[in-house]
Design a protein around this ligand. Structure first.
Ligand code: 7PJ
Length: 268
């Protein structure tokens, strides 16, 4: 039986988070949610204190630290599995790793700050290099590519080379196509359909499309992110089939089950 990919459970610690509507804004709720995701089968937790959804405003370093650090510290006391910090700020990544995080998930692929590659090397943690065209506030205005699959792959391989030049070990690097980050529906579909082009680089691939707007673009009735589970599962299964090793999701239990059944079907 093929091994199913691992599942990364999303823990938003943002009052404006689009799919949790602020309900996880307190420390206690975030920690409770994270532990519930572990019970549901999450292999790794991704803690984020700055929303990067389209149109979102930036958050100050102080506010971001105040949101995520207590959550990471509390989770670390109660769980010894891997924890990822979703941030583009090297100072937040450094503090998070000191508090016990083991992975830096950077939606700017270490390009958000000039110090990022060197800090990633210094921390020695796993690093996710995600592709984004433009910046969150404006990235969905007019995304444009000649060949989105090749351009995203080439850009990520370039960012991986920059990370390695700064001292990040090759085996620490993950690539992520950045579904929804400066991409139209057609771009997102092509990146999913041809995810094997990214896995062929030899770097492990993380894929995240959970509850994203591309699902509403296919099913216009799904304007509420909570109504996008079916689409999220379809995307997770396809990404797994195309070689993704880590799938980032809100609905951990349902995703783990779908991936387990897919692996069982594929046989011994
Ligand atoms: C992603 C992410 C993603 C990685 C977000 C949302 C928007 N990090 N952070 N990949 N998306 N690595 O969850 O809808 O796709 S925030």
């Amino acid at each position: 039986m093929i091994r199913r990919p691992r599942v990364m459970g999303i823990v938003n610690v943002t009052p404006d988070s689009f799919s949790d509507g602020g309900r996880l804004s307190t420390l206690e709720a975030a920690v409770t949610h994270g532990l519930a995701l572990v019970t549901q089968g999450a292999d790794i937790l991704d803690i984020g204190g700055e929303s990067t959804r389209p149109g979102a405003d930036p958050v100050s370093e102080g506010d971001e630290l105040a949101r995520v650090l207590p959550v990471i510290e509390a989770l670390r006391r109660q769980w010894d599995g891997p924890i990822s910090i979703d941030t583009l700020k090297p100072a937040v990544a450094r503090a998070a790793v000191k508090a016990g995080a083991t992975m830096w998930n950077d939606v700017t692929a270490l390009g958000g700050r000039s110090a990022s590659p060197a800090v990633a090397a210094e921390l020695g943690c796993d690093v996710v290099l995600m592709h984004m065209q433009g910046e969150p506030r404006t990235m969905q205005a007019a995304p444009r590519y000649d060949d989105v699959v090749v351009e995203v792959r080439d850009r990520l391989v370039e960012r991986a080379a920059a990370a390695m030049a700064a001292g990040v070990a090759r085996e620490r690097i993950w690539l992520d196509p950045g579904i929804g980050f400066g991409k139209t529906l057609d771009h997102n579909l092509a990146l999913t359909r041809h995810l094997d082009v990214l896995t062929a680089t030899g770097f492990p691939v993380l894929f995240g499309a959970s509850r994203k707007r591309m699902i509403q673009a296919v099913d216009p009735s799904a304007h509420d992110p909570l109504d996008r589970l079916g689409g999220s599962l379809a995307l997770a299964l396809e990404a797994a089939r195309r070689g993704a090793e880590l799938i980032r999701v809100h609905d951990v239990r349902e995703t783990v089950q779908a991936l387990a059944v897919q692996a069982a079907i594929s046989g011994p």
